[in-house]
Design a protein. Structure first.
Length: 338
């Protein structure tokens, strides 16, 4: 909500501010064209009067033709209309501007320094320049809006991931406490470290990969408290440059492997995790066996779906995620261009 409020205040099109800046710019340019130094009062009067003749075609282009035609992808009609309108008002300028200004200011003797063809060119240049500036502003507006929306979505995803993890973690502690195991104290400390990471590190957009590896190690040690004694759990990792990645990006995949693999009741459970960083690429794979059940829990897909959305936002066209489930074996392979 805060992102949207900030966006509405700073990024919406302010008609008054936009037009003040635009017309001041045009005024300076025209004054430079029409004046001989030093600038005289007659130069200012002539420039302002000329500027007024530009207002109708520019205003029509910005606030009628762009929203009604260009933004509805009627590009050819937009060009035809804006050219026709510009030519019409430029010919009005040629026909009546000098006559009208001489009538309104009889004490001055005005001389036009532009030929008719130059006046037409000036009108076309001014109108299309104003349209270009407005489209540039719209482009910036759209990109900032999209960025704000992505940040908001990322925030929502993080808020989904953390409670989801906490729910599963509490189940581990509950199981240990019921059996009155001595490992309960150690598990609480491990969970504390994981939650501390979730609170402080997730405030950063990216963190060193080594920190993410420490999180994975803590989580694996924590989950071992409730894993079967014969469970085979291994984690291989190799880092070349210790590049930065978004925090808690990989944890949901690991959590999913424990929840639906080792904890499914399968015989001879295993979880194999491999992480390699090198050549500006991150390669991550995880596999586990599982027990096929007819009725799946309604929350079985939250972690995976969040990871997919996370990757689409943070690494568009820079990642490849492959998930396979065959013969009671579930595998996830992820590569990211860093």
């Amino acid at each position: 909500m805060k992102l949207h409020k900030k966006y509405n205040i700073w990024n919406r099109h302010n008609i008054a501010t936009f037009n003040v800046i635009l017309w001041l710019f045009f005024f300076v340019i025209l004054l430079f064209i029409f004046s001989d130094y030093p600038i005289q009062k007659i130069d200012i009067i002539y420039t302002v009067s000329y500027l007024i003749t530009l207002v109708p075609p520019v205003t029509l282009g910005l606030y009628y033709f762009i929203p009604k035609l260009l933004k509805k992808e009627k590009n050819v009609l937009f060009v035809i209309c804006i050219l026709t309108t510009t030519l019409f008002f430029s010919f009005l300028n040629i026909s009546f501007h000098n006559i009208l200004i001489d009538f309104l200011f009889p004490d001055y003797f005005f001389i036009s320094y532009l030929k008719n063809s130059q006046i037409v060119f000036l009108f076309i240049t001014a109108v299309f320049l104003a349209v270009f500036v407005k489209l540039a502003e719209d482009w910036i507006y759209f990109n900032q809006k999209e960025k704000a929306a992505l940040q908001l979505e990322l925030s929502v995803l993080k808020n989904q991931i953390n409670p989801h993890f906490l729910f599963n973690a509490l189940n581990v502690l509950y199981s240990l406490s019921i059996n009155k195991k001595e490992e309960t104290t150690q598990a609480i400390l491990q969970l504390s470290d994981i939650l501390r990471y979730g609170i402080y590190e997730t405030e950063n957009e990216k963190i060193p990969l080594s920190k993410e590896i420490e999180l994975i190690k803590n989580y694996i040690d924590f989950e071992k408290n409730r894993s079967a004694l014969n469970a085979k759990i291994d984690f291989e990792h190799t880092i070349e440059k210790d590049q930065k990645i978004p925090p808690m990006l990989l944890l949901p995949l690991i959590e999913n492997a424990f929840k639906h693999g080792i904890k499914s009741g399968v015989q001879n459970p295993f979880v194999h995790i491999k992480l390699i960083e090198g050549n500006n690429n991150l390669s991550f794979s995880i596999s586990n066996n599982f027990l096929i059940r007819k009725n799946k829990t309604p929350y079985s897909g939250i972690g995976i779906q969040n990871v997919k959305k996370h990757l689409e936002i943070l690494f568009p066209n820079q990642h490849h995620l492959e998930i396979t489930s065959k013969n009671e074996k579930y595998s996830v392979s992820l590569t990211i261009e860093l």
